[in-house]
Ligand binder design. Structure first.
Ligand code: GCU
Length: 688
């Protein structure tokens, strides 16, 4: 296994502007007792000490003091806090468990030039506050003179790894797994470095194994892996990251030889109860399980004529005594479709399966819903389940792994896309009706909810293959914690922490990041239609790659036009949305143009809002997108002097690859549609 960097936590020495602030760390609690502290508070002190050393070359001592404060006093200003705590110098971690209810995993920071208070009701809150202070030092120049209170928007902020036990990673673009090697669970310093990076951006949970649970992974809930999993959960816990596992619904058959895994079968139920008792006892920090059932060949309750709710609730009942959560994925659809069949629509499947079950899931079940109804394409509408379900806990699933968005060879900053999803107005309630409201729990007063990202990490030295893909990991955590942060703020932070602080370079890289998603979209599949990739590995252009296949992902291009009619006259998918959105999508004239082909079949000669025909739009965007990818390369090369040598070398190679592949996309897509339509480019550019 290769070495690894500290990514955005690779501190570089800087001038110490407020020496008193960084002179000592004092933990203040009612008892003043180190022994009683949560592990995460101890970690926070160690992180501040480390930052003091690596940023300023100072040696901070840590002290433990007692002071009793009332919850209301935690809201006081610096001077009052000095009086109340008796602490007037250095960094003071004020840990007040009484605040836990109001602050959840959040924190308050108040500082002047000599003292900085980080106040929280949980250990995680203290740890996140400490990382915020360090971040402010690096990105804003100093943590002095601040006052802010940051409460996390989402209770669950999860990583979903698709790591297999043999060490491969499904849709992994940055090396092999650092959790599993040759069917063994690996716990080492990299495990800690990973948890640390997660904690530094507020991620509080991680599912370590692939949702497609096969072979040895099924055995993760048996004594075979108990010791290592316990150890891993302990390392994670130091950083406030809760360990979750993906589960095989057929485990009773595969592990115990039962004749079925019917969720209503008494023997099966008893087996799960005993298994849950065992695993939660053996791995006390375990949070619960993620389940992909009845999806893409994975087993599930449908085999036995049972509903998704019956399947999930059986596991939930068995896990409930241990506070376990069952995260049940909604990615259920027919993957053996006939391409000739124009009525069956994969986009409809999630809603058709789960909406009728709304209200039937146990309290400790949470449904995990992919952002779009299809599968992480560069542009999709928001899944109608988000805003459809009213009585069910929900987690939004996004994909940081760039399966369909350039596989971490192309730069594609995904936070702008995720923000679009979070800001989407579903009209499910008179107020608080955006996706951000729903998954945070605000809309329906839920607590078991939040956001999950299919991760983009592996054992590559820089964790993410493309250094700039690290921005998606960082960005996911920051956004899940605080959904009001802008994509620009997040990008600037990460660039300053990881790449450069030179203002002109920060601006150039931020500008690149912010347009990178549109650039990728321009040279790949147009106006929300998706796919057009090589089957299997999903990289590179192949317009008909999935057109005559079983996966339900068609563009329906012919000699007159392309697109899928998903209106009430077509597949009826638009009718899954609430009235306002239904109307918008139903009418081609109202439909947001970037989604036009997702919802409508459109003729090549139809005139779009821009005044261009559809075919001309396709040609133009492909030429533009490829030209912009070429510009990325040039801009990046111009910033060489401001970028650490290794990051520069690794990334320049990727930008070069992107520019070349973008041309390939441009020419294949343009030629395909020229040949189908027979309509030449209005500007006479080269199309083959
Ligand atoms: C996509 C991906 C699969 C993955 C699946 C899922 O289809 O290509 O590799 O297993 O999503 O989300 O379960």
């Amino acid at each position: 296994m290769a070495g690894y960097t500290d990514a955005w936590l690779s501190y570089k020495m800087k001038a110490l502007t407020n020496p008193v602030l960084w002179s000592r760390v004092t933990v203040v609690t009612a008892a003043g007792d180190k022994e009683q502290l949560p592990q995460t508070v101890v970690t926070a002190t160690a992180e501040l000490v480390r930052a003091g050393k690596e940023l300023f070359g100072t040696e901070l001592q840590t002290y433990y003091e007692a002071a009793a404060l009332l919850p209301a006093e935690a809201e006081a200003g610096v001077d009052a806090l000095k009086r109340l705590t008796g602490q007037a110098e250095g960094t003071v971690l004020l840990f007040l468990p009484e605040l836990a209810k109001g602050y959840s995993e959040g924190y308050r920071i108040v500082s002047d030039d000599t003292v900085m208070y980080i106040i929280a009701g949980t250990g995680r809150g203290i740890l996140y506050g400490a990382f915020d202070v360090i971040r402010m030092e690096i990105t804003e120049g100093s943590a002095a003179g601040k006052e802010k209170k940051v409460l996390p928007d989402n209770p669950l902020r999860m990583m979903n790894h698709w790591d297999n036990m043999d060490g491969s990673i499904e849709r992994g673009y940055s090396g092999r797994s650092f959790f599993f090697v040759d069917n063994e669970v690996v716990v080492n310093e990299r495990t800690r470095a990973y948890a640390r990076l997660c904690a530094s951006v507020g991620i509080n949970a991680a599912v370590i194994n692939n949702v497609n649970v096969k072979n040895a992974a099924t055995e993760l809930i048996t004594p075979r892996y108990e010791k290592e999993l316990r150890r891993m959960s302990e390392v994670f816990a130091e950083y406030g990251v809760t360990l979750y596992l993906s589960l095989n619904f057929a485990a009773p058959m595969e592990l115990a030889g039962l004749s079925c895994s019917d969720p209503l079968n008494e023997e099966v139920r008893a087996w799960w109860k005993e298994t849950m008792r065992y695993i939660f006892t053996a791995v006390p920090n375990l949070g619960g399980f993620l389940v992909k059932a009845d999806s893409e060949g994975r087993p599930g309750p449908h085999t036995y004529g049972r509903t998704q709710a019956e399947g999930a609730n059986m596991l939930a009942e068995a896990a409930a005594p241990y506070g376990g959560t069952i995260i049940w994925r909604c990615f259920v659809y027919n993957c053996t479709q006939d391409w000739r069949d124009k009525k069956t629509d994969r986009a409809r499947a999630g809603y058709d399966h789960f909406k009728p079950l709304d209200g039937q899931f146990a309290d400790n079940v949470v449904l995990q819903i992919k952002n779009g109804p299809m599968d992480f394409q560069i542009r999709e509408p928001v899944s109608p389940l988000l805003g459809g379900l009213e009585h069910t806990n929900q987690i939004l699933e996004v994909q940081a792994a760039q399966e369909y968005t350039g596989q971490q060879r192309h730069f594609c900053y995904l936070v702008p896309m995720w923000k679009e999803v979070l800001d989407f107005k579903t009209y499910c309630a008179p107020e608080n009706d955006t996706v951000a409201d729903i998954v945070s729990g605000r809309t329906y007063a839920q607590h078991t909810c939040g956001m999950a990202a299919v991760t983009n990490t592996g054992d590559d030295e820089n964790w993410t293959g493309h250094d700039f893909a690290g921005l998606n990991w960082y960005g996911f955590g920051r956004l899940a914690f605080q959904t009001s942060l802008t994509a620009k703020e997040i990008a600037e932070e990460w660039i300053r922490m990881t790449v450069t602080k030179e203002p002109a370079a920060v601006k150039a890289l931020t500008d690149m990041a912010l347009c990178s998603r549109e650039v990728y979209e321009k040279y790949t599949s147009p106006l929300g239609i998706g796919w057009m990739v090589n089957p299997g590995h999903h990289y590179g252009p192949n317009v008909d790659g999935y057109e005559y296949d079983r996966w339900g992902t068609y563009h329906r291009a012919d000699c007159h036009g392309l697109g899928v009619d998903r209106t009430s006259k077509g597949t009826g998918y638009t009718m899954q949305y609430r009235e306002e959105n239904y109307k918008r999508y139903e009418d081609a004239a109202e439909c947001p143009e970037e989604l036009l082909l997702f919802f409508h079949y459109v003729r090549y000669d139809a005139v779009l809002k821009s005044g261009k025909t559809l075919i001309q739009h396709i040609y133009d965007t492909h030429f533009e997108g490829a030209a912009q990818a070429e510009q990325f390369l040039g801009t990046f090369a111009g910033l060489k002097d401001y970028i650490p040598e290794e990051i520069y070398q690794r990334s320049a190679e990727r930008f070069k690859m992107q520019a070349e592949h973008a041309k390939e996309w441009r020419d294949i897509v343009n030629s395909y549609f020229y040949r189908k339509s027979g309509i030449p480019d209005a500007h006479g550019r080269e199309i083959y």
